[in-house]
Design a protein around this ligand. Structure first.
Ligand code: BT5
Length: 248
């Protein structure tokens, strides 16, 4: 059952001890016309990643989805994803974790100096509407908070593993405040993202709908697309999966 979470945040929060997927519940609410509502759960039994992948979401995490109805074009929606990744990384850093961002929106903790990392958080963004104006956008970050590493997939880490348990109420509050600041000032999102980026300067392989490319990640554009310097020149990628490669 949903209860009020009692947060001092610019969003009202619907809390569940357990839910299938907070994004699915958020889609129901968006369909009913809700806005500025957050669905938050301790555990998800059917957490979703991107591209039909599964998201492991045991008790102790911060699994949440934010429903917004912004006055933006569909092409600007990726900025919302970058904004929630910045907010997530900032909240994790305040909790004592060396959180950085891997393009486009994974929050990771670096391991060594070669671009290697463990994944702390992923984000699932969904939207509906027209090209020139979206109806709603849902940004759903999942953060491995107070969870043992052995309850997570390989390559994952948690706030507990990195820095000890966090006060999740406070963490969510900071995350939502930071997201609210950024969505009201979208021009600041990319500069803030750049400061936290682990991907820039790395050799990367990007798997995108138009095929795979390899090169050095040199920048992000003002709409959040990754600019990769390849042997055949610069390529700008707006969506895809990015892997950090060992330096040559
Ligand atoms: C993502 O997908 O990283 C987006 C994950 C979004 C989860 C949140 S939780 C709140 C909201 N409600 C939902 O139902 N979803 C969102 P992707 O980039 O496709 O990465 C998925 C891959 O990450 C999986 O195939 C696993 O390899 C790995 N993975 C699964 N669970 C993980 C976890 N808890 N921590 C780290 N990696 C995980």
């Amino acid at each position: 059952p949903a209860v009020e979470f009692g947060l001092e945040a610019p969003f009202s929060v619907e809390y569940h001890d357990s839910v299938g997927s907070t994004n699915d519940r958020a889609r129901e609410l968006a369909g009913e016309g809700a806005t500025d509502v957050v669905v938050l759960a301790d555990e998800q039994t059917g957490g979703r990643g991107r591209l039909e992948r599964e998201w492991t979401a045991p008790p102790g995490g911060v699994w949440l989805s934010v429903v917004t109805r912004p006055d933006i074009a569909a092409a600007q929606a990726p900025l919302y994803t970058l904004a929630i990744s910045v907010a997530t990384a900032r909240a994790a850093r305040e909790a004592g974790v060396d959180a950085r961002i891997k393009w486009p929106n994974d929050v990771v903790v670096p391991v060594g100096d070669d671009g290697d990392y463990r994944k702390l958080s992923g984000i699932l963004t969904e939207m509906e509407g027209e090209t020139d104006r979206v109806e709603w956008v849902i940004v759903g970050p999942g953060i491995n908070a107070n969870i043992d590493a052995d309850a997570l997939p390989e390559g994952a880490t948690s706030i507990r593993e990195e820095a000890g348990d966090v006060d999740r109420r406070r963490f969510v509050q900071r995350l939502l405040e930071s997201f609210d600041d950024h969505r009201n000032d979208l021009e600041r999102v990319v500069p803030a993202w750049r400061e936290l980026a682990l991907t820039l300067g790395q050799r990367v392989r990007v798997d995108r709908p138009a095929g795979e490319i390899v090169g050095e990640a040199v920048d992000v554009t003002e709409s959040g697309a990754l600019v990769v310097e390849t042997d055949d020149g610069r390529v700008t990628v707006s969506a895809g999966d990015c892997e950090h490669l060992r330096p040559v």
